[in-house]
Design a protein around this ligand. Structure first.
Ligand SMILES: Cc1cc2nc3c(=O)[nH]c(=O)nc-3n(C[C@H](O)[C@H](O)[C@H](O)COP(=O)(O)OP(=O)(O)OC[C@H]3O[C@@H](n4cnc5c(N)ncnc54)[C@H](O)[C@@H]3O)c2cc1C
Length: 365
């Protein structure tokens, strides 16, 4: 539970909170380079990077504590706080390790993740083996950061062998960036078409046939982190509402004098308490090396749906001012919407959860 953390984790949480308040929130035009330098100084930057590359490779509980603490301050610029992580390239072999993993971790190259395909794609993205080359054809419709990516870790079907994750340079002949777009949360994405792109067979991450479990592992690993961010935002919105309802309204009485206001605020606290309880139980299981696939699904689905209610209620209690462009709750409202789709749509995750229980006997209550 968040109350029973070891002293080192409590100190880490304090450090993250101070960093969020003094650097991220206080300095209006802080640059990416300044955030990185300060984050390195306080030891947050290397937490997401492997020890073999000079990182401190924090465990899931420490990552949960820091992400929740940053979000509880509703800190901006959090994308600059952690060093680039290995993603699906973790534990890859040569030549991918030197050509892609090392430059990514050093901040010299950027990769995207190509999984989602357009609804009207004539066929899934396919890579046909031709000697020591793959010939890739297909499309990916929603690659976050794709516009600036040097390469895309692309899920391809290899006939006779199954799905594989293949590293494809965006500058390779036959790769076309077909569309740039941004989503409601302000993040940027791109769509790509692959037309007879020739890629070395050595660009398969792991083995042919391992693509789906590797891709799902990567997506699964992010779910607990999403739940940690979201839980922090729920704490922020609840605190915001708490401050607001203690102020007098036009009648001169504190808003919290009204029972209806108290009921709405109670619901915010109940949801936030439940999300935090799930989050820390799951983070502790992960820290102990337990399989948390199903528990992380529960945390992600619950937190991303509960935060919708919590932020919406905070806006309702604050009133029209909360919807003025630039208000922190207005910005938060836009930020949270995509999370019920990204890294697994809620209903698809519900089906996975039930399959885990009924067909595979996995998952805890
Ligand atoms: C901000 C953001 C960033 C993203 N970044 C990436 C990225 O970097 N790389 C990438 O590959 N993708 C990315 N995506 C895409 C994301 O993975 C997909 O949007 C998500 O998986 C849902 O797929 P879809 O959009 O094709 O919708 P669909 O799969 O068509 O699903 C739409 C809805 O249909 C219903 N549905 C679908 N299947 C089922 C089912 N089996 N049973 C019951 N109901 C079902 C659900 O209600 C679901 O929400 C991103 C999306 C967002 C919003």
């Amino acid at each position: 539970m968040p109350e029973q953390l070891f002293p080192e984790l409590l100190a880490l949480r304090d450090r993250a909170t101070t960093f969020a308040k003094d650097i991220l929130c206080a300095r209006e035009n802080v640059s990416h380079a300044e955030v990185v330098a300060e984050s390195k100084r306080v030891g947050l930057f290397p937490m997401s990077q492997p020890r073999s590359f000079g990182g401190s490779e924090a465990g899931p509980l420490a990552m949960t504590v820091v992400r929740e603490a940053l979000a509880a301050c509703n800190a901006p610029h959090t994308h600059s706080v952690f060093g680039p992580g290995p993603g699906v390239l973790a534990k890859c072999d040569e030549p991918l390790r030197s050509r892609y993993l090392a430059p990514v971790l050093a901040g010299e190259k950027r990769g995207g993740f190509g999984f989602t395909e357009p609804d009207d794609a004539p066929a899934p993205t396919t890579a046909v083996i031709d000697g020591d080359m793959l010939i890739v054809n297909g499309q990916k419709s929603y690659v976050t950061g794709g516009g600036n990516a040097d390469f895309i870790n692309t899920l391809c079907q290899i006939p006779g062998k199954g799905p594989a994750l293949v590293v494809i340079d965006t500058s390779a002949e036959g790769v076309t960036l077909t569309r740039r777009f941004s989503s409601i949360d302000g993040s940027h994405h791109a769509a790509f078409a692959f037309n007879n792109v020739r890629v070395p067979v050595s660009h398969i991450i792991g083995k042919a046939g391992e693509g789906m479990p590797r891709a799902l592992q990567q997506i699964g690993d992010t779910r607990l982190l999403i739940a940690a961010n979201v839980t922090g935002w729920m704490m922020y919105a609840t605190d915001f509402a708490r401050d607001h309802i203690q102020q007098p309204d036009r009648s001169g009485e504190p808003r919290a004098a009204k029972e209806g206001v108290r009921m709405r605020y109670a619901d915010m606290r109940i949801r936030t308490f439940a999300a935090r309880s799930m989050l820390y139980r799951t983070a502790r299981l992960a820290e102990a090396g337990e399989n948390i696939v199903n528990e992380a699904i529960c945390c992600k689905v619950f937190a991303t749906e509960a935060v919708t209610e919590v932020v919406d209620t905070a806006i309702q209690l604050v009133g029209g001012n909360a919807l003025v462009t630039g208000h922190p709750l207005e910005a938060l409202y836009r930020e949270i919407r995509s999370l019920r789709l990204a890294e697994g749509a809620s209903d698809v995750l519900r089906l996975n959860l039930v399959r885990g229980d009924l067909e595979l006997g996995k998952g805890r209550l």
